[in-house]
Design a protein around this ligand. Sequence first.
Ligand SMILES: Cc1ncc(COP(=O)(O)O)c(C=O)c1O
Length: 346
Amino acid sequence: MEDIMNFIDLRSDTITQPTDEMRMAMFNAKVGDDIYDEDETMKKLEKTAAQLVNKEAAIFVPSGTMGNQLSIMTHTKKGDEVIASDCSHVLQAEVGAASVISSVTVRSAGTQNGVIKFEDIKNLVRGKNIHFPDTGLICIENATSEGTLMTIDQMKDIYKYALGLEIPVHLDGARIFNAAIALNIDVSDIASNADSVMFCLSKGLCGPVGSILAGCSTFIEKAKRNRKMLGGGLRQSGFLAAAGLIALNKMTKRLAEDHENAKILAKGLSEINGIQVDISKVQIDMVFANINKTNKSQKEIVKELLIRGIKANDGREGDFIRFVTNNDVKKEEIYKVIKAVKEIIN
Ligand SMILES: Cc1ncc(COP(=O)(O)O)c(C=O)c1O
């Protein structure tokens, strides 16, 4: 634990430690067997979560990946085709689960600034033809996996079009609270443009484990059975729900601080010779620094940062290093990171 706390860790907004308040709430949580419908804390979390996004019901899942996959499984039938963006989490980072769990194929739409293109969706939706699979679902993201935002108008266009064709829309809102703050709108206004929404308690909000899938009551009822099938029927899960309630009621309110720190970091890095940051794409808590005009590789820079007690993400292909601001990194540490990168590059 000492080790974790001493690093300035900007690899992701998932690395945060649960707050002291969360730890106390978990310790004191009233729990029961959730499969018997007896966990009061879990019920409270699911009710709170559904109300926040103005959906009829919600279900807790252990991860964002399970939430997205559970949604695909619940919306679609075997053989359907799902449309998702070519850089979406569903397509790129969920181990091809949709084909294994739901027996569906995923067809990729292009993106602009990380946002799925409406024109591409329209071109990819299938008509009725004996040769074609049915388009069973459209998956969108807000905020996107690239840390950018979809406007409400962009969401409305897609949802209106999908409603007309009776194709359901699932929103991967892993960082929906970041999106709401950055767009300066209520989170329910974002969620109203999709039939189902998944959001994470453990990204930026310091929850130790868990995500939420919300939608209409019949959808969530079906999802509950499917979650059981995936081995996700949970027992005394109220311990996690207790932290999740603090994530939703309190930690959502401080995300603007992470966004401000990301902007400071982006500006500072962009002023270093050889580093390029597209500041217009720094819209929530993520900063992508292109280092290809420096004399060092991505791996070398990340290694040298680590020696200086700073963790950054070199998991991406190409020349980008990703930095994600979070609750465990304070503003003064952001300036230390800029100084360290400057030293390494110059
Ligand atoms: C946009 C998006 N969706 C879904 C997920 C999956 O969440 P988890 O890591 O909890 O499975 C992530 C994780 O980083 C994400 O960024």
